[in-house]
Write a protein of this length. Structure first.
Length: 431
């Protein structure tokens, strides 16, 4: 090879290698700056709580969502473990050195006050916590409870309502939400007039008791069922939720209050298997400023790995469903079981309990431990998915309940573990 040609070739090689080196450095910097994952607490499965519970097929793993107070303290539940093995309510407080202090605020006692709290907690302005249990209580069909901080320290628990399993409903799997007047609203998984569950309301009385009323009894057919569906209010006081259905692939519904105190149920969208089915949404739907509704479905046509969907209201009162993101079942995640949340910039965040690029070894879904993802809107109307974290089976896996966002942009959530070697974690993802 002539010397000039060799020099030219060598120069190009050096340039290419240098460019590749810069690209790799740049990629590493971006990847490193993208997010930082940290475990704040690992549950032992004993007195401190256990996020894993087996309730039968497809209800084998659970983890509950996190609620954050103004001071940055985290609150959540575990469906098992605790002093009586019926679940706990816990608190995590940040320390100045970056560590967190975990404390059990309350241990459930089964028939006395409930068992297996699964839904996320709701925090009112006075610092009281509200939630539900799936089982236990007076009739063994679950409860609605309140946890109140004592002036002298500690917390006191109170059962607001025990479900009978009849027309009033049974076994709520999601939490309750508050309206501006301090009334509570929720969904019971079973019971009701037709066995498809209920939407219920709890009103506080002057004597400290609460009065429960059923807003709607689901048939399990055209109107779906209340199974696994969380609720959200719009600015007009309407309630929105999702339900499964024996007559379709699931529905998104709205409950509208009437002047006489009744509520009208309207199905906004019926899934047809092509656009998704089984809209579980443990943590419910979310609305944007324009009134569009966003949620997730466990399955979808094609990849069958699930979808994030959007419902847009039309002028004639109908709604148009569109796909925000369809999961492939690979490294991007699989089978979302919780809803999504917005940040101030309009990005969506969520979790899938399965999928990802790490292979789990147990259960019917052995193809991934799950991911935390972000969806960013693009100018052309599509959305870009970014995986912020992929879970491994040790020490945590399966984030069923989605994530919560604090004012600094940090994400918090829980994992369920496998119930054998791991019993769940509370985690933080820092951008």
């Amino acid at each position: 090879m002539p010397q000039e040609t060799f020099r030219a070739t060598a120069g190009r090689v050096v340039a290419v290698v240098a460019a590749m080196f810069i690209i790799v450095l740049g990629f590493s910097a971006v990847a490193g700056a993208a997010s930082h994952y940290k475990i704040l607490h690992r549950f032992t499965g004993g007195a401190d709580g256990n996020e894993y519970v087996n309730l039968g097929p497809f209800l084998e793993y659970f983890s509950s969502g996190i609620v954050i107070d103004a001071a940055g303290n985290l609150y959540g539940t575990t469906p098992a473990g605790g002093a009586y093995a019926f679940g706990v309510i816990f608190e995590l407080k940040p320390n100045p050195d970056g560590t967190w202090k975990k404390k059990v605020l309350y241990s459930f006692r089964g028939a006395v006050d409930g068992a297996s709290p699964m839904g996320s907690l709701t925090l009112d302005t006075a610092g009281n916590l509200f939630g539900t249990t799936y089982a236990g209580g007076k009739y063994g069909k679950g409860t609605v409870f309140e946890l109140t901080p004592k002036p002298t320290g500690g917390w006191s628990g109170k059962v607001l309502y025990s479900f009978s399993g009849g027309p009033d409903g049974a076994s709520p799997m999601v939490g309750v939400i508050l309206d501006p007047k301090g009334n509570l609203y929720g969904a019971a998984d079973g019971g009701g007039d037709y066995g498809g569950g209920t939407m219920f309301q709890l009103l506080p009385n002057p004597d400290g008791s609460w009065t429960q009323s059923v807003l709607h009894s689901f048939s399990g057919g055209w109107d779906g069922s209340a199974q696994l569906g969380g609720l959200v209010f719009d600015s007009a006081g309407n309630l929105y939720g999702t339900g499964q259905s024996a007559a379709s692939a699931g529905v998104v519904f709205r409950l509208t209050p009437n002047p006489d105190g009744t509520w009208t149920d309207t199905v906004l969208h019926t899934f047809n298997y092509d656009d998704g089915w089984d809209p579980f949404s443990f943590s419910g739907l979310v609305l944007d400023a324009a009134g569009n509704i966003y949620g997730t479905a466990f399955w979808n046509h094609g990849t069958a790995a699930g979808v994030v969907f959007k419902l847009t209201p039309n002028q004639d009162g109908t709604w148009t469903e569109s796909e925000v993101y369809s999961f492939t079942g690979g490294a991007d995640g699989e089978h979302p079981e919780a809803g999504v949340i917005f940040d101030a910039a309009g990005n969506l965040y969520g979790a899938t309990p399965f999928g990802g690029d790490y292979d789990c070894y147990h259960g019917p879904y052995s193809d991934g431990c799950g991911v935390i993802f972000r969806l960013t809107p693009k100018p052309d109307g599509t959305w870009k998915e970014t995986v912020l974290h992929t879970f491994h089976n040790h020490p945590g896996a399966h984030a069923f309940a989605g994530v919560s966002l604090d004012s600094a942009g940090n994400l918090y959530g829980t994992t369920s573990g496998d119930g054998v070697t791991t019993f769940g974690t509370v985690f933080e993802i820092t951008p």
